[in-house]
Design a protein. Sequence first.
Length: 282
Amino acid sequence: MTNVRRAGIVIKPHAPSVEGILKMVVESLEGRGIACILEEAAALKLGRPDGTAREAVAAASDLVVVLGGDGTLLSVAHHAARAGVPVMGVNLGRLGFLTEIPVSEALSTLDRFLADGGPLVSPRWLVEARTGDETAYCLNDVVVTKGAKSRMIELAIFVDGRDVADLKADGLIVSTPTGSTAYSLSAGGPILHPKVPAILLTPICPHTLSFRPMAVPATSTVGVRLLTGGEEVHMTLDGQRGGAMAAGDLVEVRKAPFELQLVASPRRSYYDLVKEKLGWAE
């Protein structure tokens, strides 16, 4: 039996039916004597005064339950990974690739995890992105891309300090295997199983068709330096955080020293998920 005494709950506030499933999950957990650490939006839904800031939920919990879409899960993934806290995602969004558990299976999956969580956990490693003195972590990808009105940008790409290529494109996606089914896939990258030890480099609309996506060992450090100036260029992490880049700026991406413990559905494999969500090979 898992040792869960406190369960954090994070929600997508405007998702249809979120209030009903929130009440069901809270009642199930509290019925087991497990304290619920509600993020502020969830506490507001239930009329409770004890809401916790989203970024602080994982550190105060032994399990985090996400009721929402993949974006909601991504917003807490790096916090949960650093805290060593497993995350269970219940899909109230559209795709639900990370929040793979449907509402109809939420309580049964929660019961099974609390009884014997180990077999349901799917470890997902993150990447660390370092720019100057700042370090951040993400589950899916680091993206360097031009602004909406900017021209093509030029990037120098390094792997373990070696010059790999100068890329002229709209941008570059550096993704984990988990992130291979996100933005990278839309840009023409391959699907990598979460257990594949690789970092994926996928160009966004490259100037030359010979620049194809490339997978490098997960032990690598990938460097991306912006060569062009005078353009609007951004670096984003998991599509949610980031900032502007200037000519000469360097971001270094490597495997993070911790993993996310993602609770997977007991009823479907990763291959089932790829077929169901992406229509792969159908």
